[in-house]
Design a protein around this ligand. Structure first.
Ligand SMILES: O=c1ccn([C@@H]2O[C@H](COP(=O)(O)O)[C@@H](O)[C@H]2O)c(=O)[nH]1
Length: 271
């Protein structure tokens, strides 16, 4: 199924705009998982199974798996999500960016090896660096636009002419040119609600992946006000650490579920 079709279906069936980010950091795992060779997979499966009915998508961040030499556990985790929660799209947060020939290999890695439904991509090497992902027309390609970190302003806020900021140029380019197959989205941080509103104005109803609530302190009400579409959807609002590490004992998955539920409900209260 096309990523966008699956996402829209999940927004409706789950009544949720929440994306749970899967950033497994072993030092924060509960004691009963410490030292197990499959700890990353078991930790993440616990989170996924406890929250799947509350989310519109999951977003594993590849660095947390690669740093632990656990790419095989990422493969198994995504296979688990597809098997047990088949209506829940998976966004591989990899932020790839390279020349076309190398990008083609990254696209194979994301969509054929890991079987992700969408990937995050860095657009700053231009169209030919993004083309190999766009060719997978049924997969989502979610481009960095206005990132949530403070240093994002160093470049993304530069005036590229006529008062247009670089992140606005990215939004315009993606909406008017790169999105021919309707498979593009943009990353815009919850920590910059004014820019979320600008991007929404430029791109119409294009889905926005919004990290930055929870541990980074972004405001849910401001995010919804700035980025929600007329039908109350349009956003995948990510929270990772605040949900993953809500508890530190054997009941960590139940604790994660409680925070995921509160977060989903706080978002829904502002739709
Ligand atoms: O601009 C961006 C783009 C991506 N991220 C990623 O989202 C999560 C945020 O984690 P929290 O624990 O909820 O802060 C993480 O995987 C980042 O790599 C982002 O934060 N900002």
């Amino acid at each position: 199924m096309h990523f966008m079709t699956a996402l829209r279906a999940a927004w409706q069936s789950r009544n949720s705009l929440l994306c749970v980010g899967l950033d497994p950091y072993p030092a924060r795992f509960p004691a009963h998982l410490q030292g197990r060779p499959d700890a990353i997979l078991e930790f993440c499966k616990g989170i996924v199974d406890a929250t799947a009915d509350l989310v519109c998508c999951f977003k594993p961040q590849i660095a947390y798996f690669a740093a632990q030499r656990a790419e095989d556990q990422l493969e198994d985790l995504i296979a688990h999500i597809h098997e047990r929660h088949p209506d829940t799209p998976v966004i591989l947060d990899a932020k790839r960016g390279d020349i076309g020939s190398t990008a083609a290999q990254y696209a194979v890695e994301a969509f054929e090896r890991f079987r992700a439904d969408a990937i995050t991509v860095n657009p700053y090497m231009g169209r030919d660096s993004v083309e190999p992902y766009l060719e997978y027309a049924d997969k989502g390609v979610i481009l960095l636009c206005r990132t949530s970190n403070p240093g994002g302003s160093d470049l993304q806020f530069l005036d590229v002419g006529g008062g247009e900021r670089l992140y606005e140029r990215v939004a315009r380019l993606v909406a008017n040119d790169w999105n021919a197959s309707g498979n593009c989205g943009l990353v815009v941080g919850a920590t910059f609600p004014n820019e979320i509103a600008r991007v929404r104005h430029i791109v119409g109803d294009m889905p926005l992946l919004v990290p930055g609530i929870g541990a980074q302190g972004g405001d849910i009400a401001e995010t919804m006000q700035a980025g929600g579409t007329a039908d109350g959807t349009g956003l995948m609002i990510n929270s990772s650490r605040a949900i993953l590490f809500a508890g530190s004992g054997e009941d960590y998955a139940q604790a994660a579920r409680r925070v995921a539920l509160e977060t989903r409900d706080a978002i829904n209260a502002k739709r």
